[in-house]
Write a protein that binds this ligand. Structure first.
Ligand code: AKG
Length: 278
């Protein structure tokens, strides 16, 4: 099963596609058991130990989901970046508008990064809705550029608040999104949420932002690596994010002037209106 042309076009136009109930009941139950053990043992917002949970590793390499990611990559291979795992209860805080495209500094969208968002119990209008800003993946901006708008509706906002269990949202990681907190959900099944990020190969990407990211990739490769996908857990796809942050954090002015001079043959705008490219 792959994406239809219409779904691919939708992804290109709005930055995401919603696949209601993609995972069946049995798979949802298996992964949920892994989530339960994970959230009871691991620190929050830290995906380094996912390899210790077989159901979570199995989800990273789920053939159906990876096949859909392949469709979006349009023939290019991809590499796993991180997985986050959460069980959200009533009263959960929101997360303001942001995107998750990994690039330092944000300069272009030459290569694709996809976030696979799993809502194992679906969404039902309690605890938190997912907001997505359609078309925002085309704009280059800091990850927190729209944070000043909190979780307010913006023109182009799509609200996901009614999804069946097993739903997967495939999102271009540069799509601006937010979690709007909602009342209710007490005494009901929790909001099971996982995100898994994959990078299109062809450029070096920033690593996962915690020391030990190489070990995580090695552990995953040892257990879930396969000759069919030699680059899936390839640490050589990444530079250490801490090195890149150190390079840019004290920059002043236009970074272009710190780059090597273009060679004489490089296209150079002359006369007329010089295009402002960034
Ligand atoms: O909880 C959600 O639905 C989305 C969370 C989110 O914004 C994120 O993981 O970047």
């Amino acid at each position: 099963m792959g994406l239809t042309d219409q779904q691919r076009d939708l992804f290109d136009a709005q930055g995401f596609v919603v696949l209601p109930g993609l995972l069946d009941e049995e798979r949802v139950a298996e992964v949920s058991a892994g989530v339960d053990r994970y959230v009871e043992a691991e620190p929050r917002f830290d995906g380094r130990n996912v390899w210790q949970y077989p159901e979570l590793g199995d989800l990273i390499v789920d053939a159906t989901v990876l096949g859909l990611v392949d469709d979006l990559m349009r023939g290019a291979a991809c590499t796993f970046h991180h997985m986050h795992v959460a069980r959200h209860e009533a009263g959960l805080k929101g997360i303001g508008w942001h995107h998750d495209y990994e690039q330092i500094p944000q300069t272009n969208r030459s290569h694709l990064q996809v976030h696979v968002l799993h809502y194992l119990n679906g969404l039902n209008g309690t605890v938190g809705d997912l907001l997505l800003l359609a078309g925002s993946h085309r704009s280059v901006m800091r990850r927190d550029a729209f944070a000043l708008f909190g979780t307010e509706d913006l023109p182009g906002t799509v609200v996901l608040d009614d999804l069946p269990p097993g739903t997967v949202v495939l999102a271009h990681s540069a799509t601006v999104h937010a979690r709007r907190p909602k009342p209710g959900g007490e005494g009901a099944p929790a909001r099971y949420f996982l995100d898994i990020a994959f990078m299109q190969q062809g450029v070096l990407w920033p690593s996962y932002g915690r020391e030990g990211w190489r070990d995580t990739l090695r552990e995953l490769a040892a257990r879930w690596g396969s000759p069919d996908r030699p680059g899936l857990f390839d640490e050589a796809a990444f530079f250490d994010i801490a090195d890149a942050v150190a390079r840019v954090q004290h920059l002043e002015g236009s970074m272009a002037m710190l780059l090597p001079e273009p060679d004489a043959a490089a296209a150079r705008p002359v006369g007329g209106a010089i295009p402002i490219v960034q």
